[in-house]
Structure formats: C-alpha cells, structure tokens
Design a protein around this ligand. Structure first.
Ligand code: NAD
Length: 313
C-alpha cells in the first residue's frame, strides 16, 4: 500500500488530495497546523481507515514513523489577504517548511511533489505564461513574501534533486477554486460568492479588466496525481487556459446566484498581476492532461458549498 504524507492536508486543495489518495487506496498522513485550514475540511476522513491527522507546524523538523512513498508539500497560506496578515509564516513555510519536507523525503527515499504557484511569474510580460518564463516579481513588495517563498522553494527542491538525488516534482498551480475554500479567506471567488449570497456589494479591485484563469479543484487534483506518477522533474503548469476578466467572473457569479447585489470598485492592490493565463502544452504533452470542467460548470458545482457557508454565517 502506498503511504503518502500531505502537508497542508486540512486546507482547501490538501483536503481534496487526502480524499483522492484515500479513494485510490493509499495510506494518508495529513499534517497541518490549521493556520489557514480547517478540520471541517477533513471531518469526513477521520472515520476512514488509513487516514491519520497530525497537527504540526512544518517549519519545525518533521518526523513520521514508518516508511513513506511520497510527500506532497502543500502547506502554505495562499490568499492575498494572508500576504499582509501572515508574511513571516508564509516565508517560513515556503523556505523552512520546504526544507523539512525535502528532508523527510530524503530520509525515507520518498518522492516529493512541491505545490508551487503561477505567482512565480509575478506580473508577467508574456501571456500565456510557459514554464520557461522566469517571471517578473517585485521581491520587496507586499506580494513578495509569497512569490519569493515559492521561488525559493522551487530552488531548494531542485537543489535537493541535483545534490541529494531526491526524486522531485514541481507543480505551478494557477487560480484553483471549489468547495472547501474558507469563505472569508479574501480570495476572489469566495469573496464574490459570499457577497452575492449575503446581498452585499461585490468588491472588484481596479476596473476589473485584469484577467484570471480559474481551474476547478477536481481538474487540479487529477493533474497533481498524474504529475506525481510521471517522471518529469521540471515545473509543470496546471490551470485552465480560459482567460476571463475579474469583472466577468463577478458577473457570472451574480447571475448564477441570482443576486441583486451591485458591483463596486476598489483601489487595485500594489503589484496585482494584470494578466494570468497558463500555457498548458507541457501538461498536455507529458501528462495527457487538460481541464475538463468549464468555469460555468465549476462555479455551479461550488455554489451549494458557499450557500451552506452563508446560511451558517
Ligand atoms: P489553504 O490555505 O486552504 O491551505 C493551506 C494549508 O496549509 C492550510 O490547511 C494551513 O493550515 C496549512 N499550513 C500553513 N502553514 C503551515 C505550516 N507552517 N505547517 C503546517 N501546515 C501549514 O490554501 P490552498 O489554496 O489549499 O493552497 C494549498 C497550496 O497550494 C499552497 O501551497 C498554495 O501556495 C498552493 N497554491 C494554491 C493556489 C490556489 O489557487 N488555491 C494557487 C497556487 C498555489
């Protein structure tokens, strides 16, 4: 039986990964300090065999008894709202947390998959962004804590691969959404859903013409599983190449919810990327992967989750 450690396993993406690996017959150790994740995301998993939850901050030394086949390092706050609230924790989990995750992978002879991000590309000068693009990141800006932590994490992962011969994979994740996101985490999709459901104005930053490409979580999880099982070491983009303006996303959510909320515009935060769209030719070629869920389908699949969250609020 395959034994996997998933750091950040109580978070949005991590909890979907825990569920997928359990469904695929693996033994899953979910490690999380609940900084931005929630036990609610994994509540159903405690009843299942082969699931273990360990509350631990991965910026500290990681010890796991017994063998491990794979480490998926997904621990890190990921919302722009966290960049101001948790800057040091973000830098530490990207740097020390990645170092410790690589350390346990090396000790166990396990494969490590790093959750990196499209934010490595910063405010890009090329659109769409291929893996070969080195990015346009402001290291000292507010977003720098996240972007640079992930760039460091990629560098550390490649160093462990080259120097210690650890078997590694790197996924550059583009905006992913779906059930399990914290309703108040500050990201665009939870914010728009909660505002629309609570009949509050939808806050769009700038004039809303900046673009994003949104990928439904089940498509991301499928790509991550395929990448882990591939033999490709370099970074691979996983995202949905359908590019939409932020205003368009807000309008789609308003229509889907059937809400009478108005849209209000707020000042654009510094270094906000103007465009964001993955070039997914590499993932198509080496993983045979393409997203299957359209944005409208994915938003519809997400609505019941936020409806329940809004009722609870
Ligand atoms: P999330 O905040 O829901 O999940 C992150 C999890 O990591 C949380 O459960 C949190 O408690 C945990 N965590 C944070 N610091 C920790 C620490 N020091 N020790 C142990 N656990 C810690 O966010 P998410 O959207 O699920 O993101 C998961 C990963 O995917 C992150 O690494 C993020 O950078 C990456 N990513 C996500 C997106 C996206 O659109 N959702 C895009 C690019 C990259």
């Amino acid at each position: 039986m395959r034994r996997v450690l998933i750091t950040g396993g109580a978070g949005f993406i991590g909890s979907h990964l825990c569920r997928r690996f359990l469904d695929d017959g693996a033994d899953v150790i979910c490690m999380d300090n609940l900084l931005t994740g929630r036990l609610q995301n994994i509540e159903d998993l405690f009843r299942r065999d082969h699931f273990t939850f360990v509350k631990h901050n991965v910026t500290n030394y990681i010890h796991v008894p017994g063998p491990l086949d794979a480490v998926l390092h997904f621990a890190s706050p990921a919302s722009p709202a966290d960049f101001e609230r948790l800057p040091i924790q973000i830098l530490k989990v990207g740097a020390l947390g990645t170092h410790n995750s690589l350390g346990v992978a090396k000790e166990k002879g396990a494969r490590l998959l790093l959750a990196s991000t499209s934010e490595c590309y910063g405010d890009p000068e090329v659109n769409p962004q291929p893996e070969s693009y080195w990015g346009n990141v402001n290291p000292i800006g507010i977003r720098g804590v996240y972007d640079e932590a992930k760039r460091f994490a990629e560098a550390m992962t490649m160093a462990y691969h080259r120097y210690h011969k650890v078997d590694t994979r790197i996924v550059r994740i583009f905006n992913t959404y779906g059930p399990g996101m914290r309703p108040d985490d500050g990201r665009m999709i939870p914010a728009f859903f909660m505002q629309a459901l609570q009949n509050e104005p939808l806050t769009v930053f700038g004039d809303g013409s900046q673009t994003r490409s949104i990928n439904f979580v089940s498509d991301l999880v499928e790509g991550v599983v395929r990448l882990l099982d591939s033999d490709y070491v370099g970074p691979v983009n996983l995202g949905n190449p359908i590019e939409m303006s932020v205003l368009d996303v807000a309008q789609r959510i308003l229509k889907l919810v059937g809400s009478g909320s108005e849209i209000v515009f707020r000042e654009l935060p510094p270094d906000d990327p103007k465009v964001r769209r993955p070039d997914i030719r590499l993932a198509q070629e080496i993983l045979g992967w393409s997203p299957r869920v359209t944005p409208d389908e994915g938003l519809e699949l997400t609505l019941p989750y936020f409806r329940a969250e809004a009722e609870r609020a």
